[in-house]
Design a protein around this ligand. Structure first.
Ligand code: G3P
Ligand code: MG
Length: 340
């Protein structure tokens, strides 16, 4: 059965507003809105290492971008799989980092996390947490000023996006919490340099991409670059590797989550969710290190486009097919299925 999982950056869009050629057309074709090309609907979802907004907000924005109605079972952002992961933290204090303004708190609340605090809340508590950072008027409007964080035992740290993330403030606070006594700010536990003691609170990072394509001519650093810097600082301080859990493509957790969502979407459009998906869906994507590696490992059809990170030559991970752009990729896969 044909199905698709579309990468966003470098395949459908560049940056915030630049829609790539063919993107609108293929999403309309698969949504059954151009019967002259394809009479039936084909299940698909968007699967991005991006994020930083609630899924509802992002779906609304994407509908504006592509003029297509999406269901809630058609979007996997880097942090969406956390929905199946965070139940144990529901009533515990957690630090959520990244996203514009207080978006991280909105995302956390949408996953049921009731005590979600931001880096800016810590600066509001004590400016000398990182005195190079000064709250903006906008931040003043949403920070929590009613919390004494010396009494708050953080149970985990979630970094959900690299936009709106002050890498220096985040590096300082995350390193402090990982070295703290029981997740309390302003404390430091005794530990031997170079000897991991396993007393760190969990650090969850949702996007491993070191670089990603935007509307700037050269790819930009992503959350993977932030992690690289954080790891170097943590190692310099403790002599140990940064302890963290990684979500996002190419990690299996994300593909498993996407597959179950695709089945729910299949049911939404009248298909049989029990239908075998093996060897499918087709995954038009631009980043060999995350997208192609992930799709290959999960047994999906990987279609490497030339409109993003990949700039020609032998890719680090060999795709099922290299295609010029998303439209070439979709038509190649539909032909393969005998649908066009
Ligand atoms: O921050 C987003 C970037 O890492 C890549 O996003 O859509 O290409 O997976 P995407
Ligand atoms: Mg991409």
């Amino acid at each position: 059965m044909a199905a698709f999982a579309f990468d966003i950056d470098g395949v459908l869009k560049h940056g915030k507003s630049h829609i790539l050629p063919g993107a609108n057309r293929v999403l309309n074709v698969l949504s059954g809105r151009t019967p002259e090309v394809l009479a039936q609907k084909v299940p698909f979802l968007l699967m991005t290492n991006g994020g930083g907004q609630t899924e509802d907000e992002r779906l609304k924005a994407l509908e504006g971008d592509f003029g297509v109605q999406f269901s809630k079972n058609q979007l996997v952002q880097s942090h969406t799989p956390l929905q199946d992961y965070v139940s144990e933290y529901r009533d515990k204090p957690v630090l959520v980092c990244g996203g514009e303004g207080d978006a991280a708190r909105s995302v956390a609340h949408s996953y049921g996390l009731k005590q979600a605090y931001l880096l800016q809340d810590l600066v509001a508590w004590r400016g000398n947490v990182w005195d190079r950072y000064h709250l903006t008027a906008a931040e003043e409007s949403f920070v929590r000023r009613d919390i004494d964080f010396s009494n708050i035992p953080f149970s985990a740290i979630f970094v959900i996006h690299d936009a709106g993330l002050d890498w220096a403030l985040a590096t300082q606070v995350i390193t402090e919490l990982l070295n703290s006594d029981g997740g309390r700010m302003g404390t430091q536990r005794q530990r031997k340099k170079g000897v991991p003691d396993g007393k760190e609170i969990p650090l969850i990072l949702t996007n491993p991409d070191f670089i990603w394509p935007t509307d700037y001519p050269v790819p930009r650093f992503g959350m993977g670059a932030f992690r690289t810097g954080l790891d170097a600082v943590y190692k310099e301080l403790t002599g140990c590797d940064l302890p963290y859990t990684q979500f996002g493509k190419p990690h299996t957790t994300t593909y498993k989550f996407a597959e179950s969502m695709l089945r729910r979407h299949l049911a939404d459009i009248g298909g049989n969710p029990a239908d075998p998906l093996s060897g499918e869906p087709a995954d038009p994507a631009d980043n060999p290190a995350s997208d192609i590696a992930g799709a290959n490992a999960y047994g999906w059809v990987s279609l490497l486009v030339r409109t993003g990170v990949y700039a020609g030559g032998e890719p680090a991970h060999r795709p099922t097919q290299i295609v010029d752009n998303v439209e070439d990729g979709v038509m190649w896969a539909l032909k393969r299925e005998g649908l066009v």
